[in-house]
Design a protein around this ligand. Structure first.
Ligand code: T4K
Length: 424
């Protein structure tokens, strides 16, 4: 274990993990079975356009989400757009800024205006009071995000939506297999959207889905997913091509079948992180909200710079140089990203976002999933303890002439022309 600052990879030592550990490394649980599934699909002659694999995948998603309908799509970004079009949204859509940029871009791309509300400091999901303060006559919908699989409390959001005649569309990209009070994510509001991207708990390489209990909405979503075509010669809408293909659905089906094992590993990993992080001053694992069961796909921690001795960004840089490829999702925040930051001040911002601002500075995510073993996490835990114990010296080095760190050779964020760069 590293017991002195010069041993840290950031300052020239050997990286703890020459093979880096990732947040969201894709999992293929059984290569042989998947390969034989894919082989069968390739020989079947039906590769796309609502074939048997997509239909089976949709049925399996309905089974997990407890909904009447699932419309599988090529990714969640397109799914959000198809759902918004099917719900006939207009004008402004209220959403968190503390989310992946796709939530905002999906709406902006189809001519809707994202308006950013603040989030709750404990759950990181939309704060209903902040949402209520954003409503104007131009608002047509609320788009809450079940961030980190924290399924939103729907009560107050539903009340606001009902009071103002708004649609309620949930971005459930992180929440497949998560529950609130025993009820699975999927059946809230008018519709919910899952992501089945390779980095997600369950994945179809790329993929997404709209789930709903409304027969009429499901029918509209299906139509819009396939060009708006309703028959051999009939076109009833401006649709898009949002279809999931058969190879993707077959991969998704295998991933759903592996859910119990994925869930067990994620929770086991989270428990090991919890034990080690609890012994590190200034680092806190984000607790699971009461009544929520998550898929533990995101291990989220909050850094208190004063107590830990380093800022979140400094800690991220030092861990990444060791091959622990932690992330700082979702900095800089949608409201600070193009084009929202450059827009006239009241176009996307109606309320202050103090909690969002604080989270953007302090929240980080640790590698987990099947490619990360509990023994790896124990090494990360010991590393965190030694970084914290040496934080004064590290801070001094970063502040003086030594203030440059060595990047991990495999880090995609490493500048190509220079292996050294200043840390946070
Ligand atoms: N709404 C929310 C709240 C979302 O979080 C997302 C997506 C969406 C909507 C839109 O869903 P999709 O349209 O994508 O279905 C990743 C994912 O690309 C993105 O899907 C996800 N959220 C977001 C939270 O994370 P990046 O930019 O962090 O991806 P990347 O390439 O850095 O990958 C993350 C880590 O996983 C890296 O450390 C490398 C590792 N990785 C990744 C891939 C793809 C691998 O080891 N192998 C791989 O094949 O966005």
């Amino acid at each position: 274990m590293k017991s002195s600052v010069p041993q840290l990879a950031a300052f020239g030592g050997r990286p703890l993990f020459p093979q880096p550990l990732h947040v969201g490394q894709p999992v293929i649980t059984d290569h042989e079975l998947l390969l034989s599934d894919l082989d069968r699909v390739l020989r079947s002659g039906q590769l796309t356009n609502h074939g048997p694999q997509v239909r089976a995948f949709e049925e399996a998603v309905c089974g997990v989400a407890g909904t009447r309908h699932c419309i599988a799509l090529c990714n969640a970004t397109t799914a959000l757009q198809v759902a918004a079009r099917a719900l006939q949204l207009t004008g402004e859509v209220i959403m968190p800024s503390f989310t992946f940029i796709a939530t905002a871009h999906a709406m902006e791309w189809i001519g809707l205006t994202p308006v950013f509300a603040d989030v709750d400091p404990l759950t990181h999901t939309l704060d209903p009071d902040s949402v209520a303060a954003c409503v104007t006559p131009r608002t047509s919908a609320i788009l809450p995000v079940h961030l980190w699989g924290h399924v939103c409390d729907p009560a107050d959001l539903t009340q606001i939506a009902t009071r103002h005649g708004l649609r309620l569309l949930f971005d459930a990209s992180h929440a497949f297999g998560c529950r609130r009070a025993g009820t699975p994510a999927g059946g809230l509001g008018d519709a919910e959207v899952f992501s089945f991207h390779a980095t997600k708990f369950v994945h179809s390489v790329e993929g997404g889905a709209i789930v709903t209990n409304s027969d009429a909405l499901a029918e509209r979503c299906r139509r819009l997913r396939g060009f708006g075509i309703t028959g051999l010669q009939e076109v009833s809408d401006i649709g898009t091509n949002g279809k999931m293909h058969e190879l993707s659905a077959a991969t998704g089906l295998r991933s759903i079948a592996a859910m119990p094992e994925l869930l067990r590993r994620n929770h086991e990993n989270r428990a090991v992180y919890a034990e080690w992080i609890s012994a590190v001053p200034g680092l806190k694992l984000l607790p699971r909200p009461s009544a929520v069961d998550t898929n533990a796909q995101y291990v989220v921690a909050v850094v208190d710079e004063d107590q830990f001795g380093l800022s979140r960004d400094q800690l991220v840089a030092i861990l990444r140089s060791e091959g622990v490829f932690v992330r700082s999702y979702f900095t800089p925040g949608c409201h600070r990203a193009v084009p929202y930051a450059d827009a006239p001040p009241d176009r996307h911002m109606r309320v202050p976002l103090p909690v969002t601002e604080q989270l953007l500075r302090s929240v980080m995510q640790f590698p987990t999933g099947r490619s990360v073993a509990p023994a790896d996490i124990e090494r990360i835990g010991a590393l965190l303890q030694s970084i914290c114990a040496s934080s004064g010296e590290i801070r001094r080095r970063l502040a003086t002439g030594f203030g440059r760190i060595v990047w991990h050779p495999a880090d995609p964020a490493r500048p190509r022309d220079n292996a050294l760069r200043e840390a946070g």
